[in-house]
Design a protein around this ligand. Structure first.
Ligand code: MIG
Length: 804
């Protein structure tokens, strides 16, 4: 009999059985199952003898694939080989080590500790290697390289979180390790509170731990970080294409009301020629914070209100919270009680917790019937013309921050306490919102924004990082959080531009609004009782900066949308931490450079704070062009650059391609028929996939898209636009090619045997601000990209090549 409070590690294997891709092992104290999911993914599960395996997961959608496995056994080990992983299972005591196909070690259990339990708490201790680095874990503060720190996954309402606060709102128990030029991923699929020790307070181990439940982890190995993310998102699912309008500029505040104020807001965007697509309604649009109601004194006719905004080219995205006000006569409350939809104490008492509406009950989103009911509740909003839905407070948050552990959830028939259901509450609420409204919208794509989530949340919603703070270091920390979420499969992410808590200085707002143009979700938001935070709220000069960057955002929508498409196919994020493409370059982890990222495949973004007039940045391998003036830089070097208040340092990869359109006021407006294709000389060239569809329906599922691979080979100076795939008519009929870094004198492009005229023209990515104060910073960054050679050709569906 063991003591409950001493550590119990796996002992020797006493029985072993193989059934196809599954291997079942028994020890004196535990049952262990190993399942090969694919060449890249092996699942390891362990439970104590008195426990049962649970074949259920809210996070995982992938199932074991036909995989060629070689199995060998010798005196000391079982050996399981796939085309990517050699797993060595030591028999006594039972320990796991993962090697690559060259039998080089990638990751191994700590020999003395391995998988072990203290009471119900289960931990896997892995040997910590010299120079091993750790990245990922989704929505987490901290450095890009997480070595030396530990983290908790427990969805938490963290008002005004600091650049070191943990945990935040979303739990992604998936991280990657890098060691000796080899990378692996570990996904702990357990919804209890989990802890990750990545070499904190001990030089011996890294570990992952769950308060209770199964040890169920997936070990992922492939040749690159990108492929590991691909495998992880194969397992937990990928984003679906969002509606195009949700990629436009979004304006929020806590809270806009009444309707007249919002008309005024919308008209101001149009009058000021600042593009925008979305205005949010925060909690004050409701009557006494009752979800699915409208305060009729503030919004006398919600349907007419939504329609009028639509005429102005705006989508309204209202907030829908989980807390249901206890009030006789309130339909949602009464239906919930009548049908037993709210979570309860084990003695049957319905749980009451306090949030905005006062005392509330909480729907059990882990029950299919409740998710259906919640869907139907959206019907009225959908009838009003609403197709964007904002889910807040779904950690679930409750005043006092202590949702009781003993509250019971259905957990889709399995039953669970709050301890087990907490981390997936937001995921299930977002699922109900997304799946429900998708059905109600009858072919149109919903947009769902959620605050809480768990692995797999990318299937249902975009995520914003909650209540951040208007400080420089918080802005930069948010950039790392977004990049880390991208490493965890969540592509559609953003943070409150300008900061939620507090008030941004003019300079900080300028920085943030520029940076936001290069975040997948581009939304300004601010706390109640703070100064306004609209693009025009910080003075004329700031307004001009905001307008310029928001316009740039809209001009780059074809590039952004193509990046979203790529993400639906591979799970690769839009914002790509440099660790994805430059994994083993030490420099990218250093403090000054760890915030840098690629936006889509070809744009390097170097976030800058609001008080350094000169900034140090790192250009990774390859070569780079300053987006604003085409200055060419060799890669692999650190540079200093003056960063005028309207300059966000942006670089384009040599050999890379950008696609852009003419400015539009909102995504409902048609751009001109000319697609701009910017080609950057040098590097290795590239293969770029351009993708377009109607941006609002699911017709793409029936081949109604326009997909075209563009190949640029600098060694032969050849550009190939390959045959178009899909049946969709592009909104562009001509493509204008801009040649960056080419010598105009040597350009004589030939298309189908015809010589084309090369024109040279002045070109701006971002307009210089008119009242630029040269004394503040020395350099006017946005001087025109001069004499840029360009040709215009008809965009035909069949393939063509241009040689010069
Ligand atoms: O307790 O709805 O993160 O964006 O403005 C605060 C009011 C509740 C928190 C969200 C924030 C939102 C606010 N909400």
């Amino acid at each position: 009999m063991r003591q409950d409070h001493s550590n119990l590690s796996l002992t020797a294997v006493t029985d072993f059985q193989q059934e196809n891709e599954q291997f079942v092992l028994q020890t004196a104290e535990a049952k262990v199952k190993v399942t090969v999911f694919s060449d890249q993914i092996i699942q390891v599960r362990a439970i104590q003898n008195h426990q049962e395996f649970e074949d259920f997961s809210y996070a995982v959608v992938g199932s074991p694939q036909e995989t060629a496995i070689t199995f060998l056994e010798n005196d000391t080990h079982y050996l399981i080989h796939t085309a990517k992983i050699h797993l060595e299972i030591q028999k006594a005591p039972l320990r796991f080590s993962f090697k690559n196909v060259h039998d080089q070690l990638i990751n191994e259990d700590d020999p003395g500790l391995g998988i072990s339990w203290i009471g119900d708490e289960v931990t896997n201790y892995k040997s910590l290697k010299d120079w091993e680095r750790f990245i990922g874990l989704g929505e987490k503060t901290g450095n890009l390289d997480r070595r030396g720190t530990s983290y908790i996954c427990w969805n938490s309402d963290q008002f005004g979180y600091a650049p070191f606060t943990d945990p935040l709102y979303v739990s992604i128990p998936f991280y990657m390790g890098l060691w000796e030029g080899r990378a692996y991923g570990i996904f702990l699929d357990n919804t209890y509170e989990t802890r990750f020790n990545l070499g904190a307070s001990s030089g011996r181990f890294s570990s992952f731990q769950a308060k209770a439940g199964e040890m169920r982890y997936y070990f992922i190995h492939d040749d690159s970080i990108a492929q590991i993310i691909e495998a992880y998102t194969w397992l937990t699912g990928r984003i679906q294409l969002p509606p195009m309008w949700s990629l436009g500029f979004q304006q929020c505040r806590y809270s806009y009301y009444p309707d007249k104020e919002i008309y005024n807001e919308a008209e101001t965007f149009r009058d000021k020629d600042i593009p925008a697509d979305v205005i949010y309604l925060d909690i004050h649009y409701m009557e006494k914070y009752k979800v699915f109601t409208w305060d009729r004194a503030r919004f006398s006719d919600p349907t007419a209100f939504v329609a009028r905004l639509k005429e102005l080219g705006f989508h309204i995205v209202p907030m829908y919270d989980p807390g249901i006000k206890i009030e006789e006569g309130y339909k949602v409350y009464e239906e919930g009680i009548a049908n037993d939809y709210f979570v309860k104490y084990p003695d049957g008492g319905v749980y009451k917790g306090e949030v905005w509406p006062g005392w509330c009950h909480f729907p059990d989103f882990t029950k299919e019937e409740v998710r259906q009911w919640w869907k139907e509740a959206y019907q009225e909003s959908v009838n009003m013309g609403i197709s964007g839905f904002w889910n807040d407070m779904n950690e679930p948050a409750v005043w006092g921050k202590s949702f009781p552990d003993l509250i019971e959830f259905d957990y889709d028939g399995l039953g669970a306490t709050h301890k087990k259901a907490h981390n997936i509450y937001g995921l299930q609420m977002a699922r109900s919102t997304f799946e429900g409204t998708k059905e109600l919208l009858q072919g149109k794509r919903p947009f769902v924004l959620t605050r809480a989530g768990f692995s797999g949340i990318q299937r249902f919603a975009a995520v914003w990082t909650g209540d951040n703070v208007s400080h420089d270091e918080n802005m930069l920390s948010d950039v790392r959080i977004l990049n880390s979420m991208g490493l965890g499969g969540i592509s559609f992410v953003g943070c409150d531009v300008g900061g939620f808590v507090g008030e941004a200085s003019v300079n900080l707002f300028n920085r943030w609004i520029a940076l936001g143009a290069f975040m997948p979700l581009y939304r300004c938001h601010t706390m109640i009782n703070t100064k306004d935070a609209e693009p025009w709220s910080f003075g004329e000069e700031s307004e001009e900066i905001a307008r310029n960057y928001i316009k740039l955002r809209y001009r780059m929508l074809p590039y952004l949308y193509s990046a979203f498409y790529e993400s639906t196919q591979s799970g690769l994020p839009i914002n790509r931490s440099l660790v994805i493409d430059y994994t083993y370059d030490e420099k990218i982890f250093s403090q000054p450079y760890q915030n840098q990222y690629l936006y889509g495949p070809n744009i390097l973004v170097c976030p800058v704070d609001s008080f350094h007039p000169i900034y140090k940045m790192y250009l990774p391998a390859g070569a780079w062009y300053d987006l604003f003036n085409d200055t060419y830089y060799a890669g692999g070097q650190e540079i200093f650059m003056e960063v005028a208040k309207d300059k966000l340092p942006l670089f384009v990869k040599a050999g890379g391609i950008l696609v852009m359109q003419s400015p539009i006021a909102h995504t409902g407006e048609k751009p001109s028929e000319v697609l701009e294709l910017h080609l950057y000389q040098g590097g290795q060239g590239s293969s770029y996939v351009y993708y377009e569809d109607d941006g609002e329906t699911y017709a793409y599922e029936n081949q109604e898209y326009y997909k075209r691979t563009i190949q640029f080979d600098p060694s032969t100076n050849t550009l190939n636009l390959e045959v178009v795939e899909g049946t969709f008519e592009s909104k562009f009929t001509r493509v204008k090619i801009f040649f960056h870094g080419f010598d105009p004198g040597t350009l004589s492009p030939i298309l189908d045997g015809n010589t084309l005229e090369v024109s040279t023209e002045n070109y701006y990515f971002v307009q210089p601000i008119s009242n630029f104060d040269p004394y503040e910073y020395a350099e006017d960054f946005s001087k025109v990209v001069r004499n840029l050679p360009s040709v215009t050709v008809a965009l035909k569906k069949e393939a063509f090549g241009i040689e010069w």
